[in-house]
Design a binder for this molecule. Structure first.
Ligand SMILES: Cc1cc2nc3c(=O)[nH]c(=O)nc-3n(C[C@H](O)[C@H](O)[C@H](O)COP(=O)(O)O)c2cc1C
Length: 207
């Protein structure tokens, strides 16, 4: 297989990495340099108690050995699905780099302190929008939403804007993380890391 690789032979072979956390951090840094828009955009798959898979984009806002963090409205469709079945899968696709990362595992809310810290780091308008949005519920027209934001803006003035109870972060604790790099003639490189207690086992997969 390796002799079929036509990419730069001096490049480090990611399939030999032993630490998926470090490898993801490297790929994320490279994506931040290469992708013109939202390199942290990821598709998040959930399934509620009806078992029907659902998927949508969210932004990855944190990553470390504990997992992948995004923020959302707990009363949204995804929030309800996660309450029914706290497991999720995600995929990032970096078109410019022709790379994909997939992960799956159980999911849990971040701590209130973590959610508060991130909420307060957001722009004022985004904080007001998070309070005003009844995400995933029917909305009569855009004016209704804009009016709600204007009323909140008036109410809070220049004062502090507390994080609403319905808005928090979730962390997917991966049981597996898979890295995929495009190869010529569809002979892609693919490696999957699987959690084994405190460590990871690694397997190269047919593309
Ligand atoms: C690039 C991109 C990033 C997004 N990021 C988020 C996000 O971080 N959190 C969020 O709740 N929705 C985000 N959205 C909107 C979601 O895709 C989705 O429309 C919304 O969360 C409602 O999904 P639901 O009805 O399945 O809960 C994003 C959409 C796009 C296209």
């Amino acid at each position: 297989m390796d002799q079929l690789r036509t990419d730069d032979p001096k490049r480090v072979d990611f399939t030999l990495s032993e630490d998926p956390v470090a490898l993801f951090a490297t790929w994320m840094t490279e994506a931040e340099a290469a992708e013109p828009e939202d390199p942290n955009a990821m598709a998040l798959a959930t399934a509620g108690s009806d078992g029907l898979p659902d998927v949508r984009m969210v932004l990855l806002k944190g990553f470390d050995a504990r997992g992948f963090v995004f923020y959302t409205n707990t009363q949204s469709t995804k929030g309800e699905e996660l309450a029914q079945n706290p497991q999720a899968a995600l995929v990032l696709h970096w078109k410019s780099l022709r790379r994909q990362v997939r992960a799956r595992g159980p999911i849990a809310p971040v701590t209130a302190e973590e959610a508060d810290a991130y909420f307060q780091s957001r722009r004022r308008e985004s904080r007001l929008g998070a309070i005003a949005s009844q995400q995933s519920r029917p909305l009569a027209d855009r004016a209704t939403l804009m009016k709600a934001v204007a009323e909140l803006s008036e109410r809070y003035g220049d004062g502090p804007i507390p994080r609403p109870a319905h808005w928090t972060g979730f962390r997917i604790a991966p049981v597996s993380i898979e890295f995929w790099q495009n190869g010529d003639f569809r002979l892609h490189d693919r490696v999957r890391f699987t959690r084994t207690g405190e460590g990871w086992s690694r397997a190269r997969l047919y593309p």
